[in-house]
Design a protein around this ligand. Structure first.
Ligand SMILES: Cc1cc2nc3c(=O)[nH]c(=O)nc-3n(C[C@H](O)[C@H](O)[C@H](O)COP(=O)(O)O)c2cc1C
Length: 277
């Protein structure tokens, strides 16, 4: 019962997409503000079978009652992940979370990540009540954070250097970010070069969004990678793949010459120009 109430809240918070299935509860007609969430719960088999055709959604919950519904999965998660070591794999986190939350482990990883984030938000919202109930939410929150990140199976790591060591010779840059990567496949395939590149590109965009500037340095590294790895104490299994000096831009250079879009963009067929509007 409590898990079901909690899941209603989680799915409402998540703004679950409208399902295509018909609503199973006579008192929750299509168009009801909680129709999607109730229907989704029913289709996932997450509601107790004794509910019949009534969702019984109208009784009011106090904040304390709600805190207890939040506490249930938090405590379950605590117990389930307590046996996991720090090296637990994403799959092990997911399985432990499934056990702790009383859900079937065949849910997708993203559903667990979303549920973990929603539960984190709820444990924030009901932090005072949880404390008043003498529940220490810290371990569960750490587990939830790891669970929410469990889908991040990328092999890259970053090391922030402020200031950068002289060996990096980044004249004038007050800081640098070094991108390290384990050159191995992820569960999705052998995409570590692409993963590292996407991470670097996104960090550049984030830096610019923060009013900073950086430069993607990769070519020069290849000649001195071993020396840089030794300076930074990078473990043997990680390559030092690229780095980004970062700081406040001293100048705002003009945009370098770029080819016109018509020279590089093709529409539906290579070589075809876009039809005039
Ligand atoms: C894959 C990749 C590797 C790069 N490696 C280096 C590098 O080793 N040294 C460097 O000064 N800039 C490097 N850059 C940055 C480019 O020289 C250039 O500044 C950047 O792509 C922006 O281009 P734009 O100034 O023509 O817009 C690299 C960029 C990319 C995409």
């Amino acid at each position: 019962m409590r898990a079901a109430v909690w899941l209603v809240a989680v799915l409402i918070l998540l703004g679950a997409a409208s399902p295509l299935w018909a609503g199973p509860f006579s008192e929750v007609p299509a168009g009801h503000w909680a129709y999607s969430e109730c229907s989704r719960l029913a289709s996932l088999g997450l509601l107790p079978s004794d509910r019949g055709a009534n969702f019984s959604g109208n009784p009011q919950l106090t904040r304390f009652e709600f805190a207890v519904t939040v506490l249930d999965p938090l405590a379950g998660l605590d117990g389930a992940v307590a046996v996991l070591g720090g090296d637990a794999s994403p799959t092990q986190w997911i399985e432990a979370a499934a056990r702790g939350l009383g859900l079937s482990p065949d849910r997708s990883e993203s559903e667990f990540s979303e549920a973990a984030l929603a539960l984190l938000r709820l444990s924030d919202e009901f932090g005072d009540e949880l404390r008043a109930l003498s529940f220490d939410a810290v371990p569960a929150r750490q587990a939830l954070r790891q669970l929410a990140d469990a889908r991040n199976v990328q092999a890259w790591r970053v090391e922030a250097l402020a200031p950068p060591p002289r060996a990096l010779a980044l004249t004038g840059a007050p800081a640098a970010i070094v991108l390290l990567i384990e050159p191995k496949g992820t569960p999705y395939g052998e995409f570590w070069v692409q993963d590292a590149s996407a991470a670097m590109e996104n960090m550049l965009l984030a830096a610019v969004a923060l009013g900073l500037a950086g430069c993607w340095v990769e070519g020069q590294i290849r000649r001195c990678e071993d020396r840089l790895r030794a300076v930074l104490g990078v473990p043997d299994n990680l390559r030092l793949w690229s780095l980004m000096p970062v700081g406040k831009p001293a100048v705002s250079p003009d945009r370098p010459p770029k080819p016109d879009v018509s020279e590089v963009a093709h529409y539906n067929h290579f070589g075809a120009a876009r039809a005039q509007d």
